[in-house]
Design a protein around this ligand. Structure first.
Ligand SMILES: Nc1ncnc2c1ncn2[C@@H]1O[C@H](COP(=O)(O)OP(=O)(O)OP(=O)(O)O)[C@@H](O)[C@H]1O
Ligand SMILES: [Zn+2]
Length: 842
């Protein structure tokens, strides 16, 4: 008998390898690489994924157990995705099962029953008597199955395999052609699964003739038939809608059906979250000269169907989206599919509309605001070949397309592409890997590329990938980038203005009210109240070693560094200028809203933050209100910074540019630059010119200076110098290792132990030492120190940061030492988490 190697769903490390199972003869045809199976494990039955097959005579191996059941008719994973899972488990030091499960919609993880029903063949379900002509060459088995499913409506997979034990190949073949469809019995209040439709059963001419034959009593039937004749072009119509429009009863419909004039069919509808919504169809725009050059370059690779990564650096409003759309078209024309990744926060209706408008219902949308059932249906649309394009957040990188030709990562610099829980993968890096496997092109697009990607493109020597840099320095509509004024808030204070609005921003807001133009106001809440700042001179205390801001701890009233552990007492007066205006910094959106109400009576403000957007669809509602000019000001957190394209926005105000600058994060300057550039890019995108007011306590900071002149290149040059000097990415890579335990003394010992073991092993391998001194292969370790959140859910937390570069296997080492420690102490309470290339060090 043949053997399947199976990764089982048992959440302990010792099972993180394939186990051998015999494939019983009866299941042989059903099992492929990527199949989900039920297998005995210990005394239980668990779920697992087949990762490889071995044929041969293994019948005699004692103790080898057999697979019990196949859980889906079509394997939910492709061999390509299984291989990607393998790669992820090494790249992110995670378990293979967790990588594989991350690829599937939630619905497939639960216990829902799998059902088979009859599919749509050429648009409608085949009526009984048309069955033979439709499958002239079908074998009796296929007809038997069709008939069985028809009689039962929906059958479970068990029923089907019981009745047709030998028919695996046939059923699979039928599934692939859409004669059968597989679904899950997901109870989902968001939508229904079946829709009745009404359609003429005779041609229009005969129907017209029939009209004369209706007498007084059947006037309603005549009305219905007349209606259907008029609507002929758009038939079939949903029955429910017809009943509602004509105010007729089901009896009328039935009578007409019995006369053979009409037919009622039941079709399966996907729970389309965008159903009933009209998307304005959009045609390809004639490209600008800049766009044309970029497009031609990418199109070449798409046509060759080869693998290449592009970094598309295009200023805000340069028309990157149009490039994406036309490249996708090119790819789809060749019969290959495309995935578009966008940050969750930017997955606005406006964004979806642009893709649906161009590609219609061939677009599947995947994001976390959909219900479980809706997400499953979108996933199924992809797997069954009913969608050619998937637009979605992070996890859409796993869209089960069979022949992927293009992956687009929009706003590639966004840190939300990194998943913070296990598996801690970065969707951009996974996208590049997947494309490499399948010979697909990748476009990483941004107005502010991440330093990692940009450096990789310039240096052509990066460990992940070397993208080809393509640039679009001007806006598509030919207008200028907006003028940016930086206001020094220290001067405002000096001159007696204690309000949160500078005089300049105040005046600009008034002007917009008078001219009936709109304003976007950004309040950057990230990083508030973790640091202490002097309002007189802008001083913020930083770590002397690590060049990041110190974090204030109120209990001990001191300041601490979360990279190396440096601590000092919190100052009472500013060490720079002696002022007593040194304190926490913090303002909420609500307070800004109140203040606007006081200063500008009658101003209509829409506030958009986590509080006002929790409800499903609220985000969209607020944006629509703003677009329809029901408000003068859109006030919000980061949410307002991205992707919006509103013609009447001529002013963008940033309340405090510095707050994120002071996060204890080596990417603070980069993130500040990106956010300012993005939000500034919302102003003056169409006919009206735009203006931006940025309020700051540190206007001399290079991230603010360069953002104000839209000078990405100068910012990058300066920032790269800093990173190089202090050994931060992209000049090295990081691994964040967090250890947690309920008991502090135990944890301290373990963390110390972990650090020593890493250092010891690295020393043996001649990797260990300061990155300053070692030239190529090098590894250094910071810590252990208390984590920024030192106690979480009753557990203490300590962390180490491993810095490394070169071709050494630092990830393997971090994992190996963690596992050895776990094995040696055998303390179930100890948890060690490894985050490779962390985005959040807080
Ligand atoms: N070739 C073109 N001809 C006419 N208009 C265009 C063309 N390309 C893009 N546009 C328009 O220019 C505007 C900006 O384009 P788009 O939103 O795609 O820019 P973007 O680069 O994605 O910007 P951002 O990074 O700010 O989101 C849009 O209103 C778009 O319709
Ligand atoms: Zn430090």
């Amino acid at each position: 008998m043949d053997i399947a190697k199976v990764i089982v769903d048992v959440p302990v490390r010792s099972t993180d390898r394939p186990f051998d199972y015999l494939i019983p003869e009866s299941l042989k045809l059903w099992i492929e690489v990527g199949s989900r199976v039920a297998v005995p494990f210990g005394h239980r039955t668990v779920q697992g994924f087949v990762v490889s097959l071995e044929s041969g005579d293994h019948g005699t191996i004692p103790g080898l157990k057999a697979i019990q059941e196949v859980l889906d008719l079509l394997p939910p994973l492709s061999p390509e995705l299984v291989e990607l899972g393998d790669w992820m488990s090494q790249r992110y030091a995670c378990r293979r099962i967790s990588a594989l499960q991350a690829m599937l919609p939630t619905a497939l993880k639960g216990k829902a029953e799998r059902l088979i029903s009859l599919g749509e063949v050429e648009g409608t379900i085949a009526p009984e008597d048309e069955l033979f002509p439709m499958f002239p060459n079908s074998d009796p088995e296929e007809l038997g199955i069709t008939d069985f499913v028809r009689r039962n409506g929906e059958v479970s997979m068990k029923q089907l395999t019981r009745n047709f034990p030998e028919a695996a190949e046939t059923v699979k073949f039928m599934l692939r052609r859409g004669v059968l469809v597989e679904s899950q019995s997901i109870k989902d209040k968001m939508g229904k699964k079946k829709l009745k439709t009404v359609e003429l059963a005779i041609d229009v001419a005969s129907a017209r003739e029939m009209l004369g034959s209706f007498s007084g009593r059947s006037a309603r039937q005549k009305e219905l038939l007349t209606f259907l004749i008029e609507m002929e072009a758009i038939l079939p119509l949903p029955l429910k809608e017809v009943l509602a429009v004509l105010q007729i009863s089901a009896g009328t419909v039935k009578a007409l059906e019995e006369k053979g004039c009409i037919e009622i069919n039941e079709v399966e509808v996907y729970r389309d979250p965008y159903r009933g919504r009209d998307f304005k169809p959009s045609l390809p725009l004639p490209l600008t000269v800049e766009q044309e050059a970029v497009y031609a370059r990418i199109a070449r690779t798409v046509d060759e169907q080869s693998h290449e990564v592009f970094l598309l650096h295009g200023v805000t409003g340069s028309g990157k989206t149009e490039i994406y759309l036309q490249c996708i078209q090119r790819c789809v024309n060749q019969g290959r599919q495309a995935v578009v990744l966008v940050p969750e926060i930017a997955l606005t209706p406006q964004m979806v509309e642009r893709f649906k408008g161009r590609f219609g219902s061939g677009v599947a949308v995947m994001h976390s605001r959909l219900s479980v059932g809706e997400r499953y249906d979108e996933w199924r649309k992809i797997r069954e070949g009913k969608a050619m394009v998937a637009v979605g957040a992070r996890s859409a990188v796993f869209a089960p397309f069979a022949n992927l030709g293009l992956i687009i990562v929009d706003e590639e610099h966004e840190s939300s592409y990194k998943q913070e829980e296990n598996p801690k993968y970065h969707a951009r890096d996974v996208a590049v890997r997947r494309a490499e496997q399948g010979g697909a092109a990748v476009i990483l697009g941004s107005a502010t590329p991440s330093l990692e990607s940009y450096h990789a493109a310039r240096a052509q020597s990066d460990i992940h990938f070397s993208p080809v840099l393509l640039e679009m320095p001007s806006r598509a509509l030919g207008n200028e980038l907006p003028k940016v004024h930086v206001v020094d808030m220290r001067d405002e204070l000096k001159e007696g203005n204690r309000s949160m609005f500078s005089r300049r921003l105040h005046a600009a807001l008034l002007e917009r009210l008078e001219r009936k133009e709109q304003t976007v106001l950004l309040l950057n809440r990230r990083g508030f109240s973790t640091f202490v700042m002097c309002r007189s001179c802008g001083f913020v205390a930083g770590c002397p070693e690590c060049d990041i801001s110190l974090t204030y701890h109120s209990r001990s009233d001191n300041l601490r560094c979360h990279y190396c552990g440096h601590a000092e007492p919190a100052p009472k007066v500013c060490p720079e200028c002696g002022s007593e205006h040194i304190r926490f910094f913090g303002t909420g959106t609500q307070r800004v809203e109140e203040e606007l109400g006081k200063l500008f009576p009658g101003m209509r403000v829409i506030r958009m933050d986590v509080d006002t957007t929790t409800e499903k669809g609220s985000h969209e509602k607020l944006l629509n209100l703003f677009r329809d000019k029901k408000a003068d000001v859109l006030l919000g957190t980061q949410m307002v910074a991205k992707g919006l394209d509103f013609p009447d926005v001529t002013l963008v105000g940033v309340i405090t540019a510095d707050s994120a600058l002071n996060l204890p994060d080596f990417r603070a300057a980069e993130k500040t630059f990106q956010l300012l550039t993005q939000v500034a890019g919302r102003a003056g995108r169409h006919q009206l010119p735009g203006e931006v007011v940025v309020q700051s306590y540190t206007p001399e900071h290079y991230s603010i200076i360069h953002a104000s002149t839209h000078d990405y290149n100068s910012f990058v040059r300066e920032e790269l110098q800093h990173r190089k000097g202090l050994h931060y990415p992209p000049y090295c890579r990081l691994i964040l290792v967090t250890l947690s335990h309920e008991q502090l003394p135990v944890l301290l010992r373990m963390a110390e132990n972990y650090a020593l073991n890493i250092q010891g092993k690295a020393r043996q391998l001649r990797w260990y030492g300061s990155l300053d001194k070692l030239s190529t292969d090098a590894l250094d370790l910071l810590g252990p120190v208390a984590s920024p959140m030192p106690r979480l859910k009753g557990r203490y937390r300590f962390q180490c940061i491993i810095k490394w570069r070169g071709s050494i296997d630092a990830i393997g080492l971090a994992r190996e030492v963690a596992e050895a420690l776990e094995d040696s102490v055998r303390d179930k309470d100890l948890q060690i988490s490894i985050d490779v290339d962390p985005q959040m060090l807080m």
